[in-house]
Design a protein around this ligand. Sequence first.
Ligand code: ATP
Ligand code: ATP
Ligand code: MG
Ligand code: MG
Ligand code: MG
Ligand code: MG
Length: 257
Amino acid sequence: MANSQYEYVKVFEQDPILLPNTWLVVRIDGQSFHRFSSTHEFEKPNDSRSLHLMNRCATYVFDQVNDVCIAYGESDEYSFVLRRDTEYYGRRAYKLASSIGSIFTARYVFHWSEYFPDIPLKYPPSFDSRVVAYPTVKNLRDYLSWRQADCHINNQYNTCFWKLVQSGVTKADAEKRLSGTLSANKNELLFTDFNTNYNDLPAMYRKGSIVVRDYVNEEYMDKATSEMRTRRKMRTVVIHEDLIGDKFWNTRPHILG
Ligand code: ATP
Ligand code: ATP
Ligand code: MG
Ligand code: MG
Ligand code: MG
Ligand code: MG
């Protein structure tokens, strides 16, 4: 094909190819969701509608992008892990990050009204997106553990903060009350002042959300005998479990295998 005299400008393009044989993690994060969540009347500290909408979008990305083997989400963010041998977009960093960010954002707007039927979108939300390559399973697991620990720390703080505020304490005083407290102090505060056992809060708030393919038991009708039976099937599921310890990985060797 004849090239135009202008085409030489392509040599200025840079699109780094991520190192081969590394886990690729794309993390998207809502832009100014502090403001977006207040404009759209999110319940504090955890709006479950928003979390379920995030999970819906993440499940779509997970199923759409075959090489995504696990995704982890909390708050306004989601991380998508691509298998270390992925050739998605030729491992081109900008293409990868921008396309996953865009697929996710479009879905978020597309499904909004199913999760917030009473709250119309006042302006379109957007998400930023980055991609990082991790060379070892330890690095990858530490990355996911870092995000789940972040989820826990924020949730514990925010749960205390909003309990105090909802009990009539000003936001400034709630902040003061919590500054410098340890994890155990916060659990103690929740228990003694608010009769709340932190571990009884929904696992989605405490542990975040994990999208994986996993075995589930499904009922089906055996045509020959007309009896109901169960079979084990691989399905895309959203679960809320600890992924810091070994148990999660040992029981699901197929995720990183
Ligand atoms: P940035 O553009 O830098 O990411 P941000 O305002 O989005 O700014 P984050 O650190 O990403 O800052 O924090 C997201 C904020 O969005 C939370 O602090 C919280 O106020 C709000 N938020 C996100 N998800 C929820 C939710 N499910 N329920 C309640 N609030 C939420
Ligand atoms: P890729 O994902 O690689 O970008 P693509 O199908 O989007 O694949 P492009 O080279 O970007 O390929 O070409 C965009 C195509 O979209 C055009 O070839 C044309 O078929 C269609 N298209 C885009 N804009 C218009 C438009 N305004 N009117 C009609 N067709 C359009
Ligand atoms: Mg954000
Ligand atoms: Mg997948
Ligand atoms: Mg965030
Ligand atoms: Mg195109």
